[in-house]
Design a binder for this molecule. Structure first.
Ligand code: NAG
Ligand code: NAG
Ligand code: NAG
Length: 291
């Protein structure tokens, strides 16, 4: 909450007259009441972004993956070059090309985990089944996770007062970076890959998601042995999609037509146990028989 307020206040320059401040505060407050979802859109570039990004990069190449020999300062320079002095809605994946060249990475096969609308569960799954790799484990994912940024055309810095919402632009700087990172990740995928989808929502597989719009098309059937789909619902439901109902069927059809081998389960034991550990009171967890 404080972060949001600070973001709003930064947008008011010291020269602004008092009535304007009051009006804009009022407008802000009304917007806050009406649509909490849009609150995020008002946030500018994450404060201290340079320290965070460069620090995470050093963390990664020093502690997470010491075999990587990369130049964190150079990666930051390329990132800055891509974003600043651009209108905040005009940063394409192309702009990040040099940055991604500066951070090549390969991953071992059979460990790739893709997910859509299952973020919380994915985190505990990846923490327990230690061998999984998600986008957030790649250097790019690690460095930019949860950050917001945008530049401004007339200025050589980031815009710390406000950034547009993703949906407001064709080429949002944050979206474009994640798009490229997701594409690289999917192109690298090899061996058996796992896809974790949310059976408690309509369109568990959506062509609009990053998985459906970027990653799926970037998977290479010659590199990927099996696409193992896991559909998981909330313990308390709703129970909307399964391997044989809803959008998952479309996903399977696309995979088949592109020559992938696949499996699909909507009753994965490990996932169910993980959910039950987090919520043991759920009635569906009381029936476990540990024999
Ligand atoms: C967006 O970028 C393109 C090419 O870099 C440029 O021609 C165009 O004028 C830019 N548009 C805006 C709104 O800045
Ligand atoms: C499925 O999506 C809903 C809505 O986004 C979310 O609240 C829920 O935690 C998700 N379920 C799983 C198992 O990830
Ligand atoms: C890959 O997935 C298939 C189908 O689920 C399975 O039979 C095989 O053992 C898996 N291979 C590896 C290396 O995990």
């Amino acid at each position: 909450m404080h972060k949001h307020e600070a973001g709003a206040l930064q947008g008011i320059s010291p020269k602004t007259s008092v009535p304007f401040v009051m009006i804009s505060m009022t407008v802000w407050f009304i917007m806050f009441l009406l649509c909490p979802g849009q609150l995020r859109a008002q946030l500018g570039t994450t404060a201290n972004i340079k320290h965070i990004v460069v620090g995470r990069c050093y963390d990664y190449i020093t502690l997470v993956n010491p075999s990587l020999r990369l130049d964190c300062e150079e990666i930051w320079r390329q990132f800055e070059e891509a974003v600043v002095r651009q209108s905040s809605c005009n940063v394409t994946v192309e702009h990040y090309r040099h940055m991604f060249y500066a951070m090549p990475q390969t991953w071992p096969c059979d460990r790739f985990l893709f997910w859509s609308k299952t973020r919380t569960l994915m985190h505990s799954y990846a923490a327990v089944v230690r061998h999984f790799w998600t986008l957030e484990d790649t250097l790019a994912g690690y460095m930019f996770n949860d950050l917001i940024w945008c530049g401004q055309e007339e200025d050589s810095g980031f815009d710390f007062s406000s950034c547009p919402e993703w949906s407001a632009c064709r080429n949002h700087p944050v979206y474009s970076l994640w798009r490229q990172a997701s594409q690289d990740f999917a192109e690298m995928a090899c061996g058996n890959i796992t896809v974790l989808l949310n059976g408690s929502i309509v369109n568990a597989f959506s062509r609009k998601s990053m998985f459906g719009s970027v990653e799926l098309d970037s998977l290479n059937p010659h590199r990927v042995n099996y696409v193992n789909i896991k559909v998981v619902t909330n313990l308390e439901g709703p129970f909307i999609e399964t391997c044989s109902e809803g959008s998952i069927v479309d996903l399977i059809q696309i995979l088949q037509s592109r020559g992938f081998r696949w499996t699909c389960t909507d009753k994965d034991q490990t996932l169910r146990i993980l959910q039950c550990i987090q919520n043991p009171q759920q009635s569906s967890c009381q029936t476990w028989k540990f024999v």
